[in-house]
Write a protein of this length. Structure first.
Length: 443
């Protein structure tokens, strides 16, 4: 039996000025953070100094624009793969997880870019495979309407199949680059994909050798039944929003329970719920800190964010002091988040403005506002009771919020033996405790 203690994983979910919708107005936050490489270099070093498993960068391929968007800092930011490529040069160990959509992309491009990132970072790349939860993306890709929920997932499944097939184009030892014999690669060690499917026709091979991790880590974040099914088949890591220990345990049991049907072990997929963390020396100080951000939220801005998180609805015509209106099941957005937020409004009897303010920080992710010990208690409880293998950490503002977690919460977790004090491995798979996949065509 292994004597190595089980450690939790931690992801640093980076978002320009921070996750709080009003963070950019805070005096300690650079308002231009979304396009400031020095800012991101600093964040990467802070997260790596605290031994986080990975940096995570979300994305959408459409700019938020309009009257309300002009009062948030969500309209201009780096493209994740180029950003993480730059950050790979100033870091050594931390994983680099970028978001790329399967709805408005081609699998060859995605396979190639993540394989390239895996090579240039020495095996630290991860792909957050999403189906695009921003309806506006459609308008940038030759369509008048977003692709429907079910169709997005059908395409995503085939997309993933093609990407993985391309990553397995070459045997690990295909490229001998032997100057004496003049053999650059062994012709018997390459395989054409020749994929002919409903959505894609791709010959291959990929023009990048098999990568240090064999395949970059695949992350997913869909929590609807279709999302869970795709994750059980294909994901290495799942991000999710869960509001309570009981809900997180139910999600964990459901998803881990689906793995057997695909011949997978429970350990082959790591579940990392999002946690929105605000740290203070005392509970009161943490609450004050959070209140400082909440005061900066304009009600219309909170409600606009809410409409987006509920699945791309315009709520501007509804009274701010009225209840959340009955909305149809979203076809363009996140169904699981829509359910989570509707339940929250009912449970706490929140009007529209209150619900908008409530999600202005963590957008529905579980909030932990308190001392390092209080926060560590909760993370420990989830980790030790089959609710999480780790956490994707959201902070209200950057860089301060991440510095607080790195210098106060992480040491507390380390003292309790719940988190690493140094990196043992080199690759993201090593950090996550995931094995390197064999190439099934050459083993
Ligand atoms: C933590 C987290 C991060 C996500 N990041 C993105 C993102 O960057 N871009 C995107 O289009 N969708 C993102 N999503 C949405 C999911 O990938 C997925 O497409 C969506 O949740 C569909 O959800 P459903 O299966 O619950 O309907 C994210 C979801 C979660 C929980």
């Amino acid at each position: 039996m292994s004597t190595t203690p089980r450690h939790m994983s931690l992801g640093a979910f980076l978002m320009a000025t921070g996750h709080h919708v009003a963070a950019w107005r805070h005096p300690d936050v650079p308002a231009n953070a979304g396009l400031d490489i020095q800012h991101y270099r600093h964040l990467a070093r802070v997260a790596e100094g605290a031994c986080f498993d990975a940096l995570f960068v979300a994305d959408s391929v459409a700019a938020a624009e309009g009257e309300i968007a002009s009062r948030m800092a969500r309209s201009d930011h780096f493209e994740p793969l180029t950003l993480l490529s730059a950050l790979s040069g100033v870091t050594e160990r931390i994983g680099l997880v970028a978001t790329a959509t399967t709805t408005y992309n081609e699998p060859y491009h995605v396979a190639r870019k993540f394989a390239s990132l895996d090579h240039l970072s020495g095996g630290r790349a991860g792909w957050n495979l999403v189906t695009s939860d921003a309806a506006a993306e459609a308008l940038n890709f030759g369509r008048d309407e977003h692709v429907g929920h079910a169709d997005r997932y059908v395409r995503a499944r085939e997309f993933h199949q093609v990407v993985v097939g391309l990553w397995d184009s070459w045997a690990d030892d295909a490229f001998v680059r032997d100057k004496n014999s003049g053999t650059y690669y062994k012709p018997e060690k390459v395989r054409l994909l020749n994929h002919h499917g409903e959505h894609f026709k791709v010959r291959g091979p990929l023009n990048v050798a098999r990568t240090p991790q064999g395949r970059p880590v695949v992350v997913q974040a869909g929590s609807s039944p279709a999302g869970l099914d795709l994750a059980a088949r294909t994901a290495d890591v799942v991000f999710t929003a869960q509001t309570s220990l009981a809900a997180a345990q139910a999600f964990y049991a459901d998803l881990k329970g689906r793995l057997g049907a695909y011949g997978r072990s429970r350990d082959s997929l790591k579940i990392m719920p999002g946690v929105f963390i605000v740290v203070g020396e005392s509970q009161a100080e943490a609450e004050d800190k959070f209140a400082g951000f909440q005061e900066l939220v304009e009600p219309e801005v909170g409600v606009a964010l809410l409409g987006r998180m509920l699945g791309n609805f315009d709520l501007s015509g509804y009274p701010l002091d009225g209840p959340l209106p009955d909305l149809p099941l979203t076809d363009s957005g996140q169904r699981s988040r829509q359910q989570l937020l509707s339940d929250l409004a009912k449970r706490e009897n929140l009007n529209l403005a209150q619900l908008g303010r409530r999600i202005a920080g963590g957008r529905g992710h579980h909030s932990l506002i308190g001392t390092p010990a209080q926060i560590a208690d909760q993370l420990q409880e989830w980790f030790e009771n089959d609710a999480a293998d780790g956490f994707n950490v959201l902070v209200p503002h950057l860089p301060g919020g991440l510095e607080d977690v790195a210098s106060h919460v992480v040491p507390e977790l380390q003292r309790r033996g719940l988190f690493r004090t140094h990196y043992e491995g080199r690759t993201l798979r090593d950090h996550l405790g995931l094995s390197r996949p064999n190439n099934p065509f050459f083993s």
